[in-house]
Design a protein around this ligand. Structure first.
Ligand SMILES: C[S@@+](CC[C@H](N)C(=O)[O-])C[C@H]1O[C@@H](n2cnc3c(N)ncnc32)[C@H](O)[C@@H]1O
Length: 229
């Protein structure tokens, strides 16, 4: 996987807004191979653990699926950035998150609604891809995969979603709402700009506002209900 640290900067600005004063106990679900927000959380004085089979080695990481993370003490905050659409059993993962979170604790989610990734949005992304370099990114893979498939974009996208068993944005929001109280949701947001060349967040937002593309990103903040059932 190509690591693009630019992806973390706007996300971190959002995540940090929802953190209590340090030292909070924070678990990141699916931190990825470069640790996601864990390094920034540690620098900010929090007690952070990243849980992901692909996590880096080290004392602040557990290289296992989140649902196998041992529930010890409860935590103050759970963060999940573009990981929930990839987990196997979304209900199991979020039940585990609800159990791990202290009553009144916060879950902060950054996500992708694959169902909104339509052909116009795909073409716009593919037109703005950087040169692939040694490690082509996920969008390079889909540009090449779609071209090679000879299929329509909706057919290609459906087979990709099936092959990766990806959860859609609507399902993720429904599953979150079933377990947490909504504090804040923002949808139809820019998502692709960190992977594109010469495209800032504001450029993607302008294309969304002009109806040239779909806003496929969304952000959710929830609170664990004080009496969890
Ligand atoms: C698209 S990557 C996102 C990585 C990182 N959060 C980021 O924003 O770049 C999705 C990550 O979710 C992880 N993942 C998938 N299922 C998981 C699970 N059940 N528990 C923990 N992590 C999981 C994958 O290993 C992968 O690293």
């Amino acid at each position: 996987m190509t690591v693009n640290t630019a992806r973390y900067d706007p996300g971190w600005t959002f995540v940090r807004t929802h953190l209590p004063a340090p030292p909070a106990r924070v678990v990141e679900i699916g931190c990825g191979p470069d640790g996601g927000f864990v390094p920034a959380l540690l620098r900010a004085g929090h007690r952070a653990v990243g849980v992901d089979p692909a996590a880096p080695e080290g004392e602040h990481y557990e290289r296992i699926p989140f649902e196998r993370h041992e529930r010890g003490a409860t935590v103050d905050v759970i963060v999940a950035s573009t990981s929930l659409h990839h987990v196997g059993d979304l209900g199991e993962v979020l039940d585990h998150a609800a159990d791990l979170l202290k009553p009144g604790g916060t879950i902060v989610v950054i996500e992708f609604a694959h169902e909104l990734f339509d052909e116009a949005t795909a073409r716009w992304c593919f037109e703005h891809l950087p040169e692939p370099g040694e490690q082509p990114g996920w969008l390079h893979g889909h540009r090449a995969g779609w071209a090679a498939s000879g299929r329509s974009w909706p057919d290609y996208r459906a087979s990709w979603v099936r092959a990766e068993a990806m959860h859609g944005g609507t399902s993720i929001l429904r599953a979150l709402d079933a377990r947490f109280s909504r504090v804040q949701v923002a949808d139809r947001l820019p998502y692709f700009f960190p992977d594109l060349a010469g495209v800032e967040e504001a450029d993607e937002q302008a294309a969304i506002d002009a109806d040239r593309i779909q806003g496929t990103g969304f952000r959710y903040v929830g609170e664990r209900r004080r009496r969890h059932i």
